[in-house]
Design a protein around this ligand. Structure first.
Ligand code: NAD
Ligand code: G6P
Ligand code: MN
Length: 433
């Protein structure tokens, strides 16, 4: 049987992950699941472990859920390692949001200055995990969900030199769930092609005869239909003229770039009234753990759909299933470019349509991009590269380069002040600086 290790086991998404594994148990013979956390996550991970064990027992499968605070104990002989940890906990996220917002800049978990700092805190930890894996489970796959998912995956593959890594996000999953509903067609009738980076991809849709349906999805989206916007993103509409011209479906996060002004205004309003997204999530999370504590609860509660990452288990568990059973399933994941986007370096991590099997992810080539998309991707990828290198080396000048390249950080004195304040605020999690 398989040994699955989940680092950051105390996440409120853990029951979601269990549900995904339970659904696939007939294909994925799991024997043991190890939830790894740290001292500060003790209460949460213990609640999750009990809840998870109840879910397995209710399903009638003989799977044992373990908790450990010793990562190395868990990693020994693991088959699949999934990561869903948050360095510095929600308090750190709230600082990532509040400090830029206090200077009138976007404060968000994966975009702008906050996203850069989440990478700075997380990359040293993920590289340590990779070193442990080399020693303790050299054949295991690392299925990364930890944000910023694309940059973390690039750090693992480029700097950790660990190729058996796939980065995941629920955004493409939700799009592929909701678009057939919006078009009122059978989900199996649609073919997708995605291109871009994590939280920065576009896609096209076709029917099974190959006729393009992209403009139909765009119309549905512009009509206000649900085409899969994650719960954490404010629904500012895109400009129809722009989206119809590109004839590609942008992801929800493109709003931060295409409607920067309105998204910033909304975030500032929340910051001054109900609090940042991280502050709001804290309340949702408390409610979730109250529910999970109930010894009679043995299935994922509805409340979890309020979190932006809802349905992520469909991505994580299906990816593991596709690798284990060499299924060659179409999935949208972060993997090495290898020419899929010819305008980006071939060793860049990109988030594109792939076929997933025993060898991992095989990206589908997109080919030439229109000028706008090419320019955005090259700039965003340069920003990511500077961020990752600064995270590894602690180079302040490079951190400032990343800030300057980031479209959501206006350059100048305030940018430098935000950088300096974040460096101080997160000092305990930034040994490299
Ligand atoms: P969370 O705050 O609940 O953190 C999960 C757990 O990680 C906590 O129990 C915490 O104690 C633990 N942790 C912190 N540092 C650790 C370390 N060094 N080793 C082991 N465990 C550690 O976070 P969450 O809201 O469940 O999100 C978890 C992660 O998943 C975050 O990085 C988040 O950004 C990411 N996420 C990704 C997506 C996606 O689409 N890829 C969607 C949602 C969330
Ligand atoms: C999204 C994403 C994640 C993101 C998260 C935030 O949709 O795909 O990568 O960071 O959900 O959700 P939250 O509920 O924590 O704000
Ligand atoms: Mn995501």
């Amino acid at each position: 049987g398989l040994k699955i290790v989940t680092i950051g086991g105390g996440s409120s998404y853990t029951p979601e992950l269990m549900e995904g594994f339970i659904k696939r148990y007939n294909e994925l013979p799991i024997k043991e699941i190890w939830l790894v956390d740290i001292e500060q996550g003790k209460e949460k991970v213990n609640i999750d472990a009990k809840m998870s064990q109840r879910m397995w027992d209710a399903a009638g499968y003989d799977v044992k859920v373990h908790v450990t605070f010793d990562r190395r104990e868990a990693l020994k002989d693991a088959d699949f390692v999934t990561t869903q940890f948050r360095v510095g906990l929600l308090e750190a996220r709230i600082k990532d949001e509040r400090i830029p917002l206090s200077y009138g800049m976007l404060g968000q978990e994966t975009n702008g200055a906050g996203g850069i700092f989440k990478a700075f805190r997380t990359i040293p930890v993920i590289l340590d995990i990779v070193e442990d894996m080399k020693e303790l489970c050299p054949n295991a796959w690392l299925i990364n969900f930890t944000n910023p998912s694309g940059m973390i995956t690039e750090a693992v593959i480029k700097y950790g030199k660990w190729d058996r890594c796939i980065g995941l996000c629920n955004v493409p999953t939700i799009a592929m769930m909701k678009e057939p509903i919006a078009l009122n067609v059978d989900p199996n009738e649609l073919i997708y092609q995605f291109v871009g980076l994590n939280h920065f991809h576009w896609h096209k849709v076709y029917d099974k005869d190959g006729n393009e349906l992209t403009s139909k999805v765009i119309d549905a989206m512009l009509d206000g239909k649900d085409v899969g916007l994650p719960a954490n993103i404010n629904n500012v509409p895109f400009f129809g003229e722009q989206i119809r011209e590109m004839n590609m479906i942008p992801c929800g996060y493109h709003r931060y770039y295409y409607r920067q002004q309105e998204m910033l205004e909304h975030s500032l309003m929340e910051y001054e009234t109900i609090g940042t997204r991280g502050q709001q999530v804290k309340e949702t999370e408390n409610k979730l753990f109250e529910l999970y504590k109930n010894p009679n609860l043995d299935h994922k509660p509805e409340e979890l759909s309020k979190r932006g990452g809802a349905y992520y288990s469909d991505a994580a568990c299906e990816c593991i299933n596709a690798i284990y059973n060499n299924k060659q399933t179409h999935m949208v994941v972060s993997t090495k470019n290898r020419g899929a986007i010819p305008e980006l370096p071939e060793d860049s991590i990109v988030e594109v349509s792939c076929y997933i099997g025993a060898k991992g992810a095989m990206p589908v080539a997109w080919g030439k991009l229109p000028s706008a998309q090419r320019g955005w991707l090259q700039c965003m990828k340069a920003m990511e590269e500077c961020t990752i290198e600064a995270a590894v080396t602690g180079n302040y000048g490079l951190a400032l380069e990343a800030f300057t390249l980031n479209e959501l950080i206006p350059s100048g004195e305030n940018a430098k002040r935000v950088l300096d304040e974040l460096l101080i605020a997160h000092k305990n999690y930034l040994p490299q600086f």
